[in-house]
Every structure is written in structure tokens, then in C-alpha cells.
Write a protein that binds this ligand. Sequence first.
Ligand code: NAP
Ligand code: NAG
Ligand code: NAG
Ligand code: NAG
Length: 275
Amino acid sequence: MGVLVFAGVLDKKGPGAENLKRVCSSRLCLIQLNVTSSQEINEAYKEISSNVQDAGLWGLVHNAGVFGYIGDGELIPLSVYKHCMDVNFFGVVQVTKIFVSLLRKAKGRLITISSMAGHAPMPRLAAYASSKAALSMFSAVMQQDLFKWDVKVSVVHPSGFKTKNWSRQEKAILDTTTPAVKEDYGEDYIASLKEQHHKMFASSSADFSPVLEDVCHALLAQTPNFSYTPGRFAYLIPCFSHYLPKWVYDSLVMQLFQINRGILPRSLRSKNKNV
Ligand SMILES: NC(=O)c1ccc[n+]([C@@H]2O[C@H](COP(=O)([O-])OP(=O)(O)OC[C@H]3O[C@@H](n4cnc5c(N)ncnc54)[C@H](OP(=O)(O)O)[C@@H]3O)[C@@H](O)[C@H]2O)c1
Ligand SMILES: *[C@@H]1O[C@H](CO)[C@@H](O)[C@H](O)[C@H]1NC(C)=O
Ligand SMILES: *[C@@H]1O[C@H](CO)[C@@H](O)[C@H](O)[C@H]1NC(C)=O
Ligand SMILES: *[C@@H]1O[C@H](CO)[C@@H](O)[C@H](O)[C@H]1NC(C)=O
């Protein structure tokens, strides 16, 4: 589209970065950027600000994110909660704080990629969803604070795109769970959690164009929307969450994710047998 793009990558020498360089035009400039590293953020700022100078920066799109684990909130390791917050929330806050002066110069756009899970409660996503909820609220408040500067803010809440087939997580859960809790849930229950990963992945869409179109709209439309909801159910589920009583919403979402059809934690199974 003729736009000069600085693309932050976690590993500038990695295969993903190499691939970007190969498929994109010479207007794409790769920048080494781990969003949890103050040093790398400062270096990226130096490079970009000296490049754009007084024109400033038209758009800042926060896409980097980690998904953490799927599992009952009791089972997800604390380190995973912290990692989600570090990347999905504090990473965005720190990069925004440093780059927003360039956006003010250009009267540009601030765009964050949150998630449907940050918009409506989703079972077994406590770590990821909490970090995205924090991010969505950050975006909503920044819209208020940046209004006077003519910087427009948008947040994208996607659902279900086939970007990564998630790796195994059972071992970390087993390593951080106390024997008593492990006994209550059972190792077979913990092992079954990965089925939800596979189901989610299988039902996801390999066509990312709805997300890309929304990001382009947020960047380039004269009057961008505040919230975008690309993907299956991404508009509907948060609507239900907003307007239905919590118990109705919960039973609906449990059905949708087939939580009730999986196996129960071990001690609930034996209790049912005793009754
Ligand atoms: N896919 C979906 O259905 C979906 C739904 C809702 C929201 N989202 C959000 O959309 C965004 C893109 O996700 P995706 O699905 O494309 O997942 P993805 O393939 O895992 O992409 C996330 C990217 O962020 C990078 N990253 C991780 N930690 C980083 C750090 N500290 N600094 C800089 N970069 C870092 C990852 O690098 P490495 O690959 O090198 O680890 C990866 O390239 C994320 O914010 C995600 O939460 C996705
Ligand atoms: C990103 O930076 C943080 C903080 O400096 C560091 O702990 C982490 O290992 C870095 N991640 C990568 C993939 O380099
Ligand atoms: C995703 O990974 C799992 C194993 O981790 C594998 O069984 C499954 O076939 C993979 N799915 C796809 C579509 O690659
Ligand atoms: C922006 O919001 C308007 C009004 O709510 C809606 O009709 C339109 O479809 C939205 N545009 C995009 C690209 O989501």
C-alpha cells in the first residue's frame, strides 16, 4: 500500500524475520524488539525516531502477544500469569509510553490487538484473558487521554485464527501443582486439557484477512472505530456476556466449548459414584 513500515521482531536473525524480509517490499524495515526489554525498546525508539524525525509516526500497532496455557485457573502456574502480563500488558504499556510522543506529532493512531477473551470471560483462560482485559481497559482509557491530542485509539478483539499450533503444557502444570491438588484433579484430567487446544486450533480460520482489514481500517479510515471484532463469535459472545445474566452466559459458553463433555477432575468423579 506504499506505506513505510517498521516491523518489530523478537528475533531479527530468526526464520520469521528472514521470511518477512523475503516476502515484503523494501519499505519494510525490520527492528529488533523484545517488548519486555527496556533496552531494546529504547534502541528501537532511537532508530525509528531518527528515521521519521519531525513527521512523527502515523501508526503504532501492538501485535506481539503470548497465549499462556489452557487450564483451570488453579492449575495455571503463577509464572504463566506473570509472563502473560509482562508481554501482553506491560510490554504494550512501556512501548506506548515511549512512542506516543511520535504519534502526537503526526496526530496518528494507536492500535492494540487484544482478544475476544479480553472482552468476555472464557473458561480455562484465566492467565491470558486477564492480561488481555487489562490491555483492553488500557486502550479504552488511552482513547480518553489522547483525544485532546487528536490521536485516535482502536482495539481489535479477534477470535479463532490459525496462527500457531500450541506446544505441550502438561509438564509445567504437573511440576508446579501440589500433590494434593494433583490428586483432586488427576493426571488424566490435566492431560485432557490439551484437547481443548486441539479443538480450538481445528475450529480456527486460516484466513487472516478479517484481522488485516480491521487493522487497515483502524490505521487508514478517516473515522476509525474504537473496537473491532474479527473472527467467529468475536462480536456475538461479548454481546451475550454483556446482556445476559452471568449464569445463562456461563452455561452457553460451557456448551460452546464443550467443557461439560470432557472428563471431570478425579475427585468429582469418585464423589459422583458414591452418591
Ligand atoms: N490467533 C488468534 O486466534 C488470536 C485471537 C485473539 C487474539 N490474538 C492476538 O493476536 C496477536 C497475534 O497473535 P498470533 O495468533 O499471531 O500468535 P503468534 O503467532 O504467537 O504471534 C505472536 C508473536 O508475538 C511474538 N512475541 C512473543 N513474545 C514477544 C516479546 N516479548 N516481544 C516481542 N514479540 C514477542 C511471538 O514471537 P515468537 O513466535 O518468536 O515467539 C510471535 O511472533 C497476539 O497479541 C494474540 O494474543 C490472536
Ligand atoms: C526479552 O527480554 C526479557 C527482559 O530483558 C528477557 O528476560 C527475555 O528472556 C527476553 N526474551 C527473549 C526471547 O529474548
Ligand atoms: C497440532 O499439534 C498436535 C500435537 O501437538 C497434533 O496432534 C495435531 O495434528 C496438530 N494439528 C495440526 C493441524 O497441525
Ligand atoms: C465500524 O462501526 C460501524 C458502526 O458501529 C459499523 O457499522 C462498521 O461495520 C464498523 N466497521 C468495521 C470495519 O468494523
